[in-house]
Design a binder for this molecule. Structure first.
Ligand code: PEP
Length: 249
């Protein structure tokens, strides 16, 4: 059975004190679902977050990393650095990285390779813009994002990959894809994987939905057969809301 995963992307929010406070609030929550729980604080708070969650079923993951192993890349963080503090999973290709930091499919293919070479798990994000959806090109766009960044991989690599479909028009906007739109796209993604690899591979990969998931819509979205969890932005910054989403499974 595919893993259910709910991951909170804190983005550039929370200093050290707020990180510790939010984690202590998260630790007081009761988990009643089978979902794996992840949080992605900013780089400066990864280590304190890792230490604070040691005995808890909350995995601390990174929001990004560079594709090089080391070297003259001022301001960047490598896979080895993340591994050195116990981080095993990295989010790659978030739409904000693509839009504001010009990350291309080609950059992302390199980052995915580096993460896998370092035995890390990748949450790979992709999704169409509003114009693509309006023009009916959403499947084409998503297919090319997946193909360009992932289809050089062997099928076995997908054991370490989680996909996160995040329509850009739904991120941070309060506008959510309908559960049917999410299901249709997730089924399309699975078919794309099955056509390239096999239905066994396609059926083993967890595909998360991201885009304004909140306590009041999570249950319906997660009830769809190809939706295996969520990547949560805004609602992951409040412990009650985040766990209401975690427990929506
Ligand atoms: C995100 O940034 O990945 C995201 C889904 O944000 P939000 O939940 O705030 O739309």
């Amino acid at each position: 059975m595919r893993k259910h995963i709910v991951a909170g992307n804190w983005k550039m929010n929370n200093g050290l004190i707020q990180t510790k406070t939010l984690i202590s609030e998260l630790k007081q929550q009761k988990k009643t679902s089978d979902a794996e729980v992840m949080i992605a604080p900013a780089f400066t708070n990864l280590w304190p977050a890792f230490e604070a969650t040691r005995q808890y079923p909350i995995e601390v993951v990174a929001q990004n990393m560079h594709f090089a192993d080391a070297g003259a890349y001022t301001g960047e963080i490598s896979a080895g650095m993340l591994k050195s503090i116990g981080i095993q999973t990295v989010i790659l290709g978030h739409s904000e990285r693509r839009a504001y930091f010009n990350e291309t499919d080609n950059d992302l293919a390199k980052k995915v390779d580096t993460a896998l070479a370092n035995e890390m798990r990748v949450i790979f994000c992709f999704g169409e813009e509003l114009d693509d959806r309006k023009a009916g090109n959403h499947e084409k766009v998503v297919e090319s994002q997946i193909k360009n960044a992932l289809f050089h991989l062997e099928a076995s690599a997908f054991k370490s990959i989680v996909l996160a479909y995040e329509p850009v028009w739904a991120i941070g906007t309060g506008e959510t894809a309908t559960p049917e739109q999410a299901q249709d796209m997730h089924a399309f993604i699975r078919k794309t994987l099955a056509d390239k690899y096999s239905s066994e591979t396609a059926n083993s990969v967890s595909i998360l939905y991201g885009g304004s998931v909140k306590p009041n819509n999570a249950k319906e979205i997660f009830s769809k057969p190809d939706v295996d969890g969520g990547l949560i932005g805004g609602a992951s910054l409040k412990a009650d809301d985040f766990f209401a989403i975690v427990n929506a499974f």
